[in-house]
Design a protein around this ligand. Structure first.
Ligand code: SF4
Length: 399
């Protein structure tokens, strides 16, 4: 373990932008004073974004959950239904999905996140068909969706290589991968919570293949299912190593496990202090990843604001629809004005961003804030109360 004086010198080196080893990251994560860790991470963020360091970003997007039927049965998941449970399982048809896309466009959303279970019948063809239909109808929507686990699954169902699967869904309209399914990459905690998922090494191998094929992604980490501090840092090391080779991870997004309605029920959650330490160490250790996102959806708004002072530069999204982490207990919601206020009262200028982090609208004058109260995150499936301005669009049933 690093001595106290040495810990300070490691922290100083990290704050100045020097690379730290996994061992040093673990020592800082465990032992550095919380505020000193946050200040060092904030210094790194300010240097990286010199000139725009006063800005923090958000995006308006919609999660579209196309099915909850899944053969993978992850123990932390409160969303899925096994194929034999026909009472609980559901799928959405293409018209329904397109209506949800139309609502997203109408509410100023720029991105959709197609997210669902590993359906036993959904191969590459299913995603090709749906992505093509979405892009044909709404070319302005960015499809930032899926992850290595879905690619592994669809390639197996269709009997093709993951390279072919990635190339085909990219050609059909997928713009980038959302980094879903990373959970925890080290073997022990991954087997404990997602024993039927591909290994962490395989998850990274598929993301590396995608990056090499020109499809970038974000990366994520699920915190709080019983993993050790060393395993958390190992997760970061595994991602940083791939990033050194590809540069294809645009962002890193740690988020908190939600403990309700799943097979791990009763496990302890990570605390907000652990979460803030993780945001800070991510900024310090992942010196090759541009964006660190604070997950207000799983921590609540107050902790979300704090992440902006611990190295995060982005607060993720106003999710016009979310059914996955909310099924496991996350009930935090926000609307557009609240998101703007959340960032502004944390001392930053809010900016709506694109999927690739360009600033679309900078809210530098409260007098010009947007006023569309319909832009609100929903835990159910209905995005527009009372229907949309498009008469052909029916109100969606909440389920
Ligand atoms: S996390 Fe994804 S893969 Fe795992 S059970 Fe839930 S829906 Fe299936």
């Amino acid at each position: 373990m690093t001595e106290k004086a040495d810990l300070q010198s490691v922290l100083d080196r990290a704050a100045e932008g020097g690379r730290i080893t996994p061992e040093e990251a673990l020592d800082l994560y465990r032992d550095a004073p919380l505020h000193a860790l946050g200040a060092a991470a904030d210094a790194v963020r300010r240097r990286r974004y010199a000139g725009t360091e006063h800005i923090a970003t958000y995006i308006i997007e919609r999660n579209i959950n196309y099915t909850n039927v899944c053969v993978t049965a992850c123990k932390f998941c409160a969303f899925y239904a096994p194929p034999k449970d026909t009472a609980k399982g559901w799928t959405r048809d293409l018209d329904d999905i397109l209506r949800r896309c139309a609502e997203t466009v109408e509410l100023g959303g720029t991105q959709i996140m197609f997210q669902g279970g590993h359906h036993p019948d959904y191969g590459v063809e299913y995603y090709e068909k749906h992505f093509k239909a979405i892009k044909d109808a709404f070319p302005q929507l960015v499809i930032h969706s899926l992850g290595a686990s879905e690619v592994e699954h669809m390639a197996r169902i269709s009997g093709v290589s993951v390279e072919e699967a990635i190339q085909r869904i990219h050609a059909a309209g997928l713009d980038s991968f959302a980094g879903a399914g990373a959970e925890l990459l080290p073997e022990r905690p991954r087997k404990a919570i997602a024993p039927l998922k591909e290994s962490g090494e395989r998850w990274l191998e598929i993301m590396e293949t995608a990056h090499n094929l020109g499809v970038e992604s974000t990366s994520t980490m699920l915190m709080g299912t019983g993993e050790t501090n060393a395993e958390r840092i190992e997760h970061l090391r595994m991602i940083r190593e791939v990033q050194d080779r590809t540069g294809g991870f645009r962002a890193f997004i740690p988020y908190l496990y939600q403990p309700m309605n799943n097979h791990l029920k009763g496990r302890t959650q990570a605390t907000i202090f652990e979460y803030l330490r993780m945001i800070a160490i991510s900024r310090l250790f992942m010196d090759n990843i541009a964006h660190i996102q604070g997950s207000w959806l799983t921590t609540g708004q107050d902790a979300g604001q704090l992440t902006l002072h611990y190295g995060a530069d982005d607060l993720g999204s106003i999710m016009l629809e979310e059914n996955v982490v909310s099924a496991a207990g996350a009930k935090h919601r926000s609307n557009l004005q609240e998101m703007i206020d959340m960032i502004r009262t944390a001392g930053r200028v809010p900016a709506q961003r694109s999927t690739t982090y360009e600033h679309l609208v900078v809210h530098d004058d409260p007098a010009n804030d947007p006023v569309d109260a319909r832009v609100v995150s929903h835990i159910s499936s209905t995005a527009i109360e009372g229907g949309t301005a498009h008469p052909e669009l029916k109100i969606l049933a909440s389920n």
